[in-house]
Design a protein around this ligand. Structure first.
Ligand code: FMN
Length: 424
């Protein structure tokens, strides 16, 4: 998505300006054409040579350089830019932008360009929360600027508070989201479930599975980058929450079912990539279950221990029933859909270790899905925890596609490519 995109990165004189080096480097590595413009005060913190080395392009700063080149170039830069990112945005530059002032190359380009403006303010807490700064940011937002909120954390002063410069991954997420806002999922609301569920046995143990959540998180990020409003319902995973998606963290299958049913009425698509446990312990012990010991000797006994399990709700199965107007079974009464506002495209996942095609086709039929993505989790390059996936995609009309091994980012793109035409 970033290949050959023209991005101007404006650097202000904030203490976090050194962190913007990493962002420029990552953008360049992703193939973007990055033009860095530094304010005079930014040069007090980082030398232009550092940004020139990382961007592989010359750095602009002095609008008044004697050759006249910068003066001539700034209009060209402004016209060609697809995005202007200001990182870190100081209180000073934010104030200037809000009032349309153009006393340096960065503010001049900001006024001259029609590219979207993305700001990442970073400063001492009192400067950030000051009504003047907040009013200036509100003005910029009203004019369409995108603002990545600073994080709460340790500031350069040593104080803890709001004002911290976001991580590079967050800024990259915001850049992708802004560049993709008019994509083929613009205006759509989609729900993605991810990760595995954890079904408690007692306060410290659970029945779980090996799902890492990588496939679901990639699906969420891909949809965000194509303009969708994404609701990510995630089981416990070791992945950071992606920027710009609405996160709902759950633990159990029942909680996942409730979260899905909360958002289903005005969703356009539901992709159930979560590995939802089929069964949960019938009873959850209130206290930690202890080892069994013989009363006389206190020795550990080798007795067997068993856990009774009961079936969890089948979220897509219930949904199929509810959509047909049927009644869900006694223990499967969770999905309530008062009135779906639009046709809901439903995509299921099947993780199989044998008879992949038969099981997948049966699941697609049984759950009345639009698409079913099946992967053989016994392969080393596919399934749980891997960064690649080898999937078969089954369509409602019986067609089957056998996709090559791909990074999960590519699989996510392939799935949305097939969902988009179904949205109508
Ligand atoms: C050591 C030091 C650190 C600073 N850090 C910040 C900062 O993090 N955020 C901010 O808004 N201003 C910060 N300032 C103040 C700005 O440098 C000052 O407002 C300057 O005029 C900004 O110019 P510019 O917006 O043209 O880059 C800092 C100043 C100093 C001396």
């Amino acid at each position: 998505m970033l290949l050959n995109r023209r991005i101007i990165v404006g650097i202000c004189g904030g203490i976090a300006s050194y962190k913007a080096i990493d962002l420029v480097s990552k953008l360049q590595q992703a193939g973007a054409l990055v033009d860095v413009i530094m304010t005079e005060h930014a040069e007090e913190f980082v030398r232009p040579l550092t940004f020139a080395t990382m961007s592989h392009r010359r750095v602009y700063s002095d609008l008044w350089e004697a050759s006249g080149e910068a003066a001539e170039t700034h209009i060209k830069l402004a016209e060609e830019a697809e995005l202007l990112v200001i990182v870190p945005a100081t209180a000073n530059t934010i104030a200037k932008l809000a009032h349309g002032m153009t006393d340096n190359m960065l503010t001049a380009v900001a006024l001259a360009t029609r590219a979207p403006l993305l700001l990442a303010p970073a400063m001492y807490t009192n400067m950030y929360t000051h009504p003047a700064t907040q009013a200036n940011l509100a003005t910029l937002r009203e004019r369409g600027a995108f603002v990545v909120e600073p994080e709460v954390g340790r500031l350069a002063s040593g104080a803890i508070g709001v004002g911290r410069f976001p991580e590079t991954a967050t800024l990259l997420g915001a850049i992708h989201q802004v560049l993709g806002r008019h994509g083929d999922l613009a205006g759509r609301r989609v729900i993605v479930t991810a990760g595995g569920t954890q079904e408690p046995i007692d306060p410290v143990r659970y029945v779980g599975n090996r799902s890492s959540g990588k496939m679901g998180y990639n699906l969420a990020v891909e949809a965000r980058d194509r303009g969708a409003h994404v609701i990510l319902v995630s089981g416990p995973v070791a992945l950071p929450p992606p920027f710009g998606v609405e996160m709902h963290l759950v633990e159990t299958a029942m909680q996942m079912r409730d979260a899905v049913s909360d958002f289903i009425t005005d969703a356009d698509a539901l992709i159930m990539s979560a590995a939802v446990a089929d069964f949960r312990p019938t009873r959850v012990a209130e206290q930690k279950i202890k080892k069994l010991r013989t009363e006389a000797t206190g020795q550990h006994r080798e007795d067997e221990f068993s856990i009774d399990l009961v079936a969890n709700p089948d979220i897509l199965g219930e949904l199929a029933l509810a959509l047909k107007g049927g009644h869900a079974g006694e223990q499967h009464t969770g999905i309530s859909i008062p009135q779906l506002k639009r046709r809901l495209i439903r995509v299921g996942f099947a993780a199989e270790t044998e008879h992949l095609v038969e099981h997948a086709q049966a699941k697609l039929q049984r759950k009345q899905l639009d698409l079913l993505v099946a992967n053989d989790v016994s392969r080393t390059d596919s399934g749980f925890g891997t960064d690649t996936n080898k999937v078969l995609i089954f369509h409602a009309d019986g067609a089957m596609e056998d996709l090559p091994v791909m990074p999960k980012t590519g699989v996510a793109a392939a799935i949305w490519d097939r969902v988009v035409p179904l949205l109508g």
